[in-house]
Design a protein around this ligand. Structure first.
Ligand code: PGA
Length: 250
């Protein structure tokens, strides 16, 4: 059985290296669970303080699309690799909303991540009032443009309806039925783009107000293979409960 994927997106938290170390240490047991792959994505400055943890994978929260050079404030894929990262979150809705991320820039970043042998966690999802199918189809087609069939399997797609993200003004829970409809739709687009075999193998995970009460349900009811956790990943007890609930799934 393939491992379930559990991603912790710490966003711009916590504020000090000391707090980050305490948080990380409190989560270390989660990495020992056999049936899940745990990926922690802290802010960049904290990456070096964790050393090379064996049981937990590290991820970045973004990269730039150029390999190096005069790009003030940016960080390259190679830098993440060099700090022990195996994953990188790309196209997160907060970057799309606040930092001008577009489908085109996400596409360039995906290609750079693959070049650097990082596993991209490619976030897609509609905002409140938008039609899921229109938005998601566009994000997938543009974001995955020119990605070769030999590389597509490495990408993890994270469906995150923006209206369900806990930090949103009025986050609403995404019902498993809605997540299922999205998963089925995403799969349809992926098989259309990459064929039945490859399109059927690409991993899809869910994100948006995931907690210990709903995490396992998303996987059981939607055929998704993991979750991306924001707010609840800053609470080690809650995060452990989420991890256990996924680990105990058949
Ligand atoms: P949330 O965030 O779990 O706090 O809703 C998820 C995300 O934005 O990645």
């Amino acid at each position: 059985m393939d491992k379930k994927i559990l991603v912790a997106n710490w966003k711009m938290n916590p504020q000090t290296a000391r707090e980050a170390r305490v948080l990380f240490d409190a989560m270390i047991n989660v990495g020992r669970l056999k049936n899940i792959e745990t990926v922690i994505c802290p802010p960049y400055p904290f990456l070096p303080i964790f050393g090379s943890p064996k049981s937990i994978k590290l991820g970045g929260q973004d990269i730039f699309w150029e390999p190096q050079g005069a790009f003030t404030g940016e960080i390259s894929g190679k830098m993440l690799k060099n700090l022990g990262c195996e994953y990188v979150i790309l196209g997160h809705s907060e970057r799309r909303q606040f930092l001008g991320e577009t489908d085109e820039t996400v596409n360039l970043k995906l290609k750079m991540a693959l070049k650097e042998n990082l596993t991209p966690i490619f976030c897609i999802g509609e905002r409140e009032g938008e039609e899921m199918s229109d938005i998601v189809e566009n994000q997938l087609k543009q974001g995955l443009a020119d990605i070769g069939k030999n590389q597509i399997e490495k990408i993890v797609i994270a469906y995150e309806p923006v209206w369900a993200i806990s930090t949103g003004v009025q986050a609403k829970p995404c019902l498993p039925d809605d997540a299922l409809s999205a998963a089925v739709f995403i799969r349809k687009i992926l098989t259309g783009l990459f064929g039945k075999y490859l399109g059927g193998k690409i991993r899809i995970i869910y994100g948006g107000s995931v907690d210990s009460g709903n995490a396992a349900g998303y996987l059981k009811q939607t055929q998704m293979v993991g979750v991306l956790v924001g707010g609840a990943s800053l609470d080690p007890q809650e995060f452990s409960k989420i991890a256990n609930s996924l680990n105990n799934l058949a």
